[in-house]
Design a protein around this ligand. Structure first.
Ligand code: 5GP
Ligand code: MG
Length: 519
């Protein structure tokens, strides 16, 4: 099943499907505040975690309103839409698809009808027992009329269906029963008409933090989102913890024993540099990765240049430790690629230049060290090396501030399959040849881990080592298209326009989107 890659192209090489990020989640409970606007700015800060779709649901204590659409946060929402999203509780989401295609039906927050009201849910991560959970949904709720019936093909829809619960169960009781059944990576932010909830998987694979406003509480994927809405960092949501926030305050419950295995790739690439994870500043961790990279793979050269933006902190560290000057050799257009317009063939042939353009006068005649955070398929560095040579570089030495990525991620990053990971089939010198560099050096696993300042046993390093901390099911039960049915409309269809749906009566059927569209 095609996903919407061609539609919303954020990749370096237009039309090339690059690796994809985890999602961003945000939740707020704050009477007297404009919670929709707080969510908007929170999601804006988390835009890097997902650019396919965005959505916000709010509640004023009586009814839940939701607005979601394909595209960037700034494309989905305007002042009018935000003003209509009234209430004092909100959950928001920015999506990158891992299970289920990139389509309007699959955008979040998802909705479900509980025996006492409505649940609206946003999820960051990826479950590994979706097939088993879907069986449970069919067994328990054969009549389910929720997201799944409406064509939502995500693991999140399955969780939403389970959270609808049995008669006489509160959402909190249902959550405490359902959460221990989920396997894989999940940071969930959800709510009903009265209460905000946040839950994190027992491994704490993806980040989730709690913040305090003068008049309420915030939960968000990253601390940077707290900074932007003016919330003070309180603490991380603990692995295996369910937090409940309502007018009685904040309560915490454990639904599973904590077995930390935080994603090391959050430090390498995914998280914003101005975020702190488990007490370690991401920028500082990246600079330290660069310093260690310089010690492990020194080379004589004239200039260290970053691959913008994500390679910049490591390049700073490399320059510091090596004493070789740091310089800006490439100019990045941060806006190109964030477009719905497919480039014409002539423009496509310019490839990488759409996004990165060399500063010829800086590069000409120089022996360059080019630093990037990671190599996935090798496309970025291959294009960059040839572009730098064309611009007159005398030598191009590529340095990567993480080890070779050789294993797929099943916990929320939609990396290429093993076959597409350039380092899974090739040794370092073959990768060097493939990208055309004069030399290539990757940071060691130890160097990377030490730079995070986390104990090794509390990190997930599966994409580098193949050691998966959460057991994986058989391969036929994994994969992005697990829940897609043959004949479903392809994921490129953006679906109905943004829609604002007031669920005025919690007992009325939940209808989002245009029911006429459903086959
Ligand atoms: P490659 O071009 O080798 O396939 O991918 C490596 C490039 O993609 C690097 O510049 C790195 O910064 C970036 N990258 C690494 N992981 C991800 C990811 O999960 N999502 C996106 N969009 N880019 C990534
Ligand atoms: Mg990059």
């Amino acid at each position: 099943m095609a996903s919407g890659d061609g539609l919303l192209n954020h990749d370096l090489l237009p039309g090339e499907k690059g690796p994809q990020d985890a999602c961003g989640v945000f939740g707020v409970w704050a009477p007297g505040e404009e919670v929709a606007k707080l969510s908007y700015f929170g999601l804006y800060a988390l835009q890097h975690r997902g650019q396919e779709s965005a959505g916000i649901a709010t509640s004023d204590g009586n009814k839940i309103l939701i607005y979601k659409d394909m595209g960037l946060v700034s494309q989905v929402f305007n002042e009018t839409a935000l003003n209509t999203l009234t209430g004092h509780i909100a959950v928001g989401h920015t999506r990158y698809s891992t299970t289920g295609s990139s389509s309007w039906q699959n955008a979040q927050p998802t909705l479900g009808r509980t025996s006492t009201g409505t649940v609206a849910l946003g999820h960051n991560g990826n479950l590994t027992n979706t097939a088993e959970l879907l069986d449970l949904v069919h067994e328990r709720y054969p009549e389910t009329d929720g997201e799944l019936r409406r064509g939502n093909t995500t693991d999140t829809a399955v969780v939403t269906a389970l959270l609808t619960g049995d008669t006489n169960h509160t959402l909190e009781q249902t959550a405490l029963e359902v959460l221990p059944r989920l396997r894989g990576a999940y940071c969930l932010v959800f709510m009903d008409e009265h209460t905000l909830y946040a839950a994190r998987d027992p491994q704490g694979v993806r980040p989730l933090v709690l913040g305090r406003l003068d008049r309420g509480w915030v939960v968000a994927s990253e601390t940077a989102a707290l900074d932007i809405v003016g919330a003070a960092f309180v603490r991380e949501v603990e692995p295996g913890e369910l937090i409940t926030i309502d007018e009685d305050g904040l309560r915490t419950q454990r639904f599973a024993e904590s077995k930390p295995a935080g994603c090391v790739f959050e430090y390498v690439y995914l998280a914003r540099p101005d975020t702190t994870i488990a007490g370690r500043g991401v920028h500082e961790a990246r600079v330290e990765m660069g310093r260690r990279l310089a010690a492990e793979h020194p080379v004589e050269a004239d200039l260290v240049i970053p691959t913008p933006e994500s390679g910049t902190p490591a390049a700073i560290g490399y320059a510091q430790a090596s004493g070789i000057p740091f310089g800006q050799g490439l100019v990045k257009n941060s806006y190109v690629g964030r477009t719905f317009i497919q480039p014409s063939q002539t423009i496509r042939q310019r490839g990488i230049k759409l996004k990165l353009n060399p500063l010829k006068e800086v590069i000409k005649g120089k022996r360059l060290i080019v630093v990037d955070d990671s190599i996935v398929r090798g496309n970025t560095q291959r294009a960059l090396v040839s572009m730098l040579r064309e611009a007159g570089a005398a030598e191009v030495h590529v340095r990567i501030s993480s080890p070779p990525i050789t294993w797929p991620c099943f916990y929320g990053i939609d990396f290429a399959t093993k076959a597409e990971l350039v380092a899974s089939g090739l040794g370092v010198d073959e990768v060097r040849q493939s990208i055309g560099a004069d030399s290539l050096g990757y940071l060691s696993e130890d160097g990377m881990i030490e730079a995070t300042e986390q104990p090794r046993e509390r990190l997930c390093t599966a994409c580098f080592t193949g050691k998966y901390p959460i057991p994986l099911p058989e391969s036929q039960h994994l994969g992005k298209n697990l829940l897609e049915r043959p004949g479903d409309s392809n994921g490129c269809d953006p679906g109905p326009d943004s829609e604002l749906e007031g669920l005025l009566d919690a007992n009325a059927p939940l209808v989002i989107g245009d029911p006429g569209r459903q086959e």
